[in-house]
Design a binder for this molecule. Structure first.
Ligand SMILES: NC(=O)c1ccc[n+]([C@@H]2O[C@H](COP(=O)([O-])OP(=O)(O)OC[C@H]3O[C@@H](n4cnc5c(N)ncnc54)[C@H](O)[C@@H]3O)[C@@H](O)[C@H]2O)c1
Length: 425
């Protein structure tokens, strides 16, 4: 029978969720007796699709499509960001929620995986419209979220202000201030020091570990970064501070290049005031497509998924690709990079620093006792280094990529929890 919508169990033609399903198939042979439970990973536990209507400033009514997906809750409450982007789809939110399950298990924080999103270009909204959108969306997904049920956080185009509105809306609806319902909040509202930089710091930490293991000196290394927002901007700065040269940066406003290394502090300020890297004085501009062939040692995709594909993977010159973004490499491109001997540090470990410090924020909110930034950064670095070391070992033992190794470690933890809990009823 012909169906208008494909089944979500079909890896072909279902977008990023299809990429995730193929990754699960790759790990299944390594799961031993836990493979009996693998279907659990292929079916999100819960999907909520919501209509988000708001009154626009001109008096018209606009409707937006919103999602919250809880992929797996075997190890704890759902945890994952909220994305505001004009290209958000259910397939994308499903994949992002599943990668959160894997990521949370990979760094062993006690969470399941979840993700949310609204299909909207927030740059086209006024501040008032953005607030009304955020509050209505939060109310609509209110039946799923909560400090011990599912805890959203920032993702693409969402930030501390949006988390503050989400926290306030949830608190108003439940009648008590609930700081622990979201993470990535402003520090004055129960946010954690170090959270804003945490994902980029994690990217840098695993990058340095991999560089050590492969004999690539960070000092003097040429770095190219796609996406210069929260993740790419922080990672770029930390690599520059460590003596690397950030030679190329691409974002939604264009691509810039400087063979002797960009002034990263000045570039961050330019992005803050101008909204993107385009027009930065200390660099020449480059055709967007040429970014992938740029001469570099380390490439950090830190924008959106599906960026490194079979069409551009063969042009990549880097020795190390560190996935700051979620799902930036398609499975076909992964194979091409592997065949070329390019080491890929996969998203499910490389960008886990954000959720690790989100976990610290949640713990601090519950105990109402806040830690120093040095303490937070030291704990973050230790967790990332230890998680990366054990994944590296599993990759060596099984002769598999770091992505498959991360999936082996994480999926075993998730399915072991599933098995011990047993099926209800
Ligand atoms: N923020 C976090 O804590 C966190 C944690 C884990 C993973 N991530 C992932 O990292 C990625 C970036 O998230 P962020 O929080 O830095 O978002 P952000 O909104 O701060 O920055 C996104 C960046 O991507 C760029 N971009 C958007 N469309 C682009 C395009 N078509 N081509 C090139 N660049 C483009 C934007 O210009 C911007 O520089 C996403 O994949 C997100 O899921 C974020």
């Amino acid at each position: 029978m012909q169906h208008a919508l494909p089944s979500y169990l079909n890896p072909d033609d279902v977008g990023p969720w299809g990429t995730y399903l193929k990754q699960v198939d790759r790990v299944t042979p390594y799961l031993g007796s836990l493979a009996r439970w693998v279907e659990t990973l292929k079916r999100p536990k819960r999907i909520l699709i919501v209509d988000v209507p708001i009154e626009m400033d001109d008096g018209s009514i606009a409707h937006f499509e919103g999602y919250r997906v809880q992929h797996n809750l075997s190890r704890g409450p759902g945890k994952g960001g909220v994305r505001f982007h004009q290209d958000v789809t259910l397939s994308e939110v499903m994949a992002l929620s599943a990668w959160m399950s894997v990521k949370n298990a990979a760094v062993n924080v006690p969470y399941g995986g979840a993700k949310g999103g609204i299909r909207v270009d927030p740059r086209k909204l006024s501040k008032g419209e953005l607030e009304r959108l955020t509050r209505r969306y939060t109310s609509e997904i209110g039946l799923l979220i909560g400090p011990s049920k599912d805890i959203p956080a920032p993702d693409v185009n969402t930030n501390g202000q949006i988390m503050a509105w989400m926290m306030d809306t949830y608190s108003m609806n439940t009648g008590a201030t609930a700081t622990g319902v979201v993470t990535g909040k402003p520090v004055d509202l129960g946010g954690s020091l170090g959270r804003v930089e945490a994902t980029g710091r994690g990217v840098f930490t695993v990058g340095v570990e991999a560089a050590k293991l492969t004999g690539l000196p960070v000092e003097g290394a040429r770095v190219a970064v796609q996406g210069f927002g929260n993740v790419g901007g922080t990672a770029g700065k930390l690599f520059a501070d460590a003596g690397a040269k950030v030679v190329a940066v691409q974002d939604h406003t264009g691509t810039i290049y400087n063979a002797s290394g960009l002034d990263v502090a000045a570039l961050l300020e330019h992005v803050r005031t101008q909204g993107g890297v385009g027009g930065f004085a200390g660099a020449e501009s480059m055709a967007n497509d040429d970014f992938w062939g740029v001469g570099c040692d380390i490439l950090i995709p830190a924008a959106l998924e599906g960026q490194i594909t079979k069409d551009n993977a063969h042009r990549i010159q880097a020795k190390l690709v560190i996935e700051g973004a979620n799902g930036p490499t398609t499975p076909e491109a992964d194979d091409i990079l592997n065949d070329k001997g390019v080491l890929v540090l996969p998203d499910v470990i490389a960008n886990a620093g954000g959720v690790t410090v989100s976990y610290f924020e949640w713990v601090q909110d519950f105990s109402s006792f806040f830690w120093s930034e040095d303490e937070i950064n030291a704990r973050l670095v230790r967790i990332m280094q230890e998680a990366f070391a054990s994944i590296w070992q599993v990759a060596q033992e099984n002769k598999v990529s770091l992505r498959t190794a991360t999936f082996i470690v994480a999926c075993k933890r998730i399915l072991h929890a599933r098995e011990m809990r047993g099926l209800y009823p």
